[in-house]
Every structure is written in C-alpha cells, then in structure tokens.
Design a protein around this ligand. Structure first.
Ligand code: V47
Ligand code: SF4
Length: 381
C-alpha cells in the first residue's frame, strides 16, 4: 500500500507495518480521520499476519434458558419482566432437548446466556451445566456472561472465582464475551446502570483466565457512545490481555434499535461504521488472536466484506438466535455449513471449521457426527 498523505496517518501506517503497538491517540486518529480504504488495508495487514487467508467458523447453536431479567438495559429487546406474558423459563426437558437437537445437528458448541431471573437460584444455572454436560460431554458449553457471574456472586455471596471453579468442574467450557457493552462510566451509566461495571466485568474474565480458561470479549457500538469511548474500551481489553492472554476473540456488536428504549430515534449503524469499527478493533487489539464478524448481527453481506477489514471469524451456523431478532435483526436464524463455506470462499478466504478453542475440525463430507481435532478422532454423542 502507498504511504498516506496525512503525516499522522503515515506514522500510524509505519507503526502497523513495523508491528508497533498503537496508542490511544493513534486509535482516535484512525477513528476520526482515516478513510475506509486505508483502514481496511491496514487492518488486513494485521489480519493476514495473524491468520493468513483463513476464516474460521463453527457449528453451534444458542440456548437462552430464560428471558426474565432483573435488569433493564436500555438497549435490550430480549428481556421480560417477572410477570410479563412474554417472559419464559425453559424446563429441564426443553433444555436437554435443545442440547440433544444441537448434538444431532453436529454442533460442537452450545452458547448459553439469558436473563437474570428474580427468583431462580444460582443452583438452577449450575444445574443446566451439570445436566447438559452429563448427557453430552463432548458438547462445549460456552456459558454465562460476566454480568451473569456477577449476579451469581450477588445471589450466593460467594466469590466469583469459587463459582467459576465449581462450574468448570461441572462441565463449563468457556465464557462468552457478552455484557461488556461500553466500559466507560459516562456511557455505561446511561445504557446499563446497576449491572456489573467495567471493573467487575474485567475481574470475572481475569479470574477465569487465571483458572486456565479461555473467553471472548464484545463491544456494543453505534448508539450514544463516541469514538473515545470505543478506543477506551479496546485499550482496557488489551491491558487485561497483556496480563492473562486468555481472550480468544473480540466481537464488535452493532446496536439494533428496534423494540428497546435506547433505539428511539437512533438509526442502525451504517455499513461504513461496521467496517470502520471492525478495522480499528483489529488494529488496536494487537494481542487478540481473532476478530469475529458475527453474521447474525452484521448481516451476511457485511460479515463477508468484513473478512477484508480485519475479521478472520464469522461465528457459526447458530439456531434459535433471539437477542438480535428481538431487536430487529433480519438475518436468517440459521445458515448451513455449505452456505457459510461458500460465502467465505467468495470473499477470497479459506473456510476452516473450528471448535470453540480454535482447534481445526475436519469432517467427512457430507457432514457426519465424526470429527477430528488436530490428529485426535472424536465421536460426538
Ligand atoms: O451483551 C443486546 C448485545 C450481547 C442488543 O462470545 C445487543 O462468541 C445489539 O455477547 N443490539 C450478547 N446488540 C451476545 C454476545 C455474543 C454474541 C455472539 C457471540 C458471542 C461470543 C457473544 O448482545 C449483549 C449485548 O451487548 N445486545 N441487545 C441490541 N439491541
Ligand atoms: Fe438483562 Fe442482559 Fe437484557 Fe441487560 S442485556 S436487560 S442483563 S438480558
């Protein structure tokens, strides 16, 4: 690529080529002044340095055991009040049925998150992990956001590290990246006051990493936050990653404005903003191995283009997505492996199926329930 004419941008360009860490001010300059092509070219350098031409996907499904929630995050279209007719709590049979369905479809991962129910004890959440793991021990359970862990601590008065240890023994595989929203208190206090704050969110992930676990991180953008809040968020994540190295993937989440109080008068982020946030995230998070363009949230087309703007992961087949569909997402509920692979190839990338921990999976075609992780042949239930 040619050196940008803007001298400040030229400096940043040189830093990226040299693999030198970008500062908070560099990030802000990129967000304010870099054109989309320059951002894409720079982010793609880092993307290909870390992941070559590979784009990862997984075969997964979501489980949201309840939507009843004590909190009222202003952006949330998913939650329901305790007595609301739209509130639900899945039965043990329904939950196990969902895990059975996932396994039958060849899923390697179940992504489990939900509301913080006013009346259900911590043991209910623990039981979900125990029951599914007992029946389907090869299904990776990526469960409970840091906000949920913080809630469990409030419920039990036990330290989160104890709870994480207990649930790990019960079959918990990793932590998803939800609940991070925007860390900066000026924004957080307006969009999700009361729930776990930045320090609590980061502490839960640090403790999980100290136990040897892996986790993801997210950022909800495109609402009332400003570029400095986004860069602050990225720098805080990068600082924790320097200490623990436990984050695998960063997932920027575009705000969906339908059916929630925050969305009144706020349009969906544009495609340009989606790609800009993706690229700046790739450039700032120099110690994160992966950046995910979550197709359910970005839409299939933007997720595909994002593979040239820093992203190297597109998430998975996903069935039963409810959080974004409640907020107006018009993406399909599910995508076949063949469609995922085709759209990755169309983007000029090599599709690689991965498990949650980024081990490559090689399946016989057509899809069967036998898969390989590295050299080890594993048979799913
Ligand atoms: O924390 C809620 C977001 C998150 C809206 O770890 C919204 O692999 C946009 O974290 N518009 C939960 N976003 C989902 C999540 C996630 C998704 C995919 C993969 C992974 C992973 C994690 O969804 C919440 C919140 O930030 N969210 N409402 C909305 N109206
Ligand atoms: Fe509850 Fe999560 Fe929705 Fe916030 S985002 S209201 S914590 S379900």
């Amino acid at each position: 690529m040619t050196t940008p004419a803007d001298p400040r941008l030229a400096q940043i360009h040189d830093k990226v080529l040299a693999g030198t860490r970008l500062s908070f001010d560099d990030g802000l300059h990129l967000d304010h002044h870099a054109d989309l092509f320059t951002l894409g070219e720079l982010a793609n350098i880092v993307r290909e340095r870390k992941n070559g031409s590979r784009t990862y996907y997984n075969v997964n499904t979501h489980l949201n055991p309840t939507n009843v929630c004590v909190y009222r995050c202003a952006f949330c279209s998913f939650r329901a009040d305790l007595k609301s007719p739209s509130g639900y709590v899945m039965t043990d049979e329904q939950i196990i049925g969902r895990a059975r369905e996932a396994t039958a479809k060849g899923c390697t991962e179940l992504h489990i998150v939900g509301g913080l129910h006013h009346q259900l004890p911590y043991e209910w959440y623990l039981g979900i992990i125990q029951n599914i793991h007992r029946e389907f021990p090869n299904l990776h359970l990526k469960a409970w956001t840091a906000v949920e862990w913080d809630w469990f601590e409030r419920l039990t008065k036990r330290p989160t590290k104890d709870l994480l240890t207990e649930m790990k023994a019960a079959g918990l595989g990793s932590l998803p990246g939800g609940g991070a929203e925007i860390f900066h208190p000026d924004v957080r206090s307006k969009i999700c006051d009361y729930k776990a704050d930045a320090d609590q969110w980061l502490r839960v992930h640090r403790e999980w990493h100290e136990l040897g676990g892996k986790s993801n991180a997210t950022m909800l953008y495109g609402h009332i936050e400003q570029p400095e809040h986004r860069i602050d968020h990225l720098v805080r994540l990068r600082e924790l990653q320097d200490v623990t190295g436990g984050f695998q993937t960063f997932i920027p989440l575009a705000f969906h404005p339908d059916n929630n109080p925050l969305g009144q008068g706020i349009p969906k982020p544009s495609g340009l903003m989606d790609l800009k946030v993706m690229a700046v995230s790739r450039l700032m998070l120099d110690n994160f191995p992966h950046i995910k363009a979550y197709w359910q949230m970005l839409g299939v087309k933007t997720a595909q283009v994002a593979q040239s703007y820093g992203a190297d992961d597109i998430d998975g087949t996903v069935v039963h997505e409810t959080i974004y569909h409640a907020a107006g997402s018009d993406s399909p509920q599910e995508m076949s492996v063949a469609d995922l692979r085709r759209l990755i190839e169309e983007a000029g990338r090599i599709p690689i199926e991965r498990d949650t921990l980024y081990h490559e999976i090689v399946r016989d075609q057509p899809q069967t329930t036998r898969w390989q992780t590295g050299r080890k042949l594993v048979t799913l239930n």
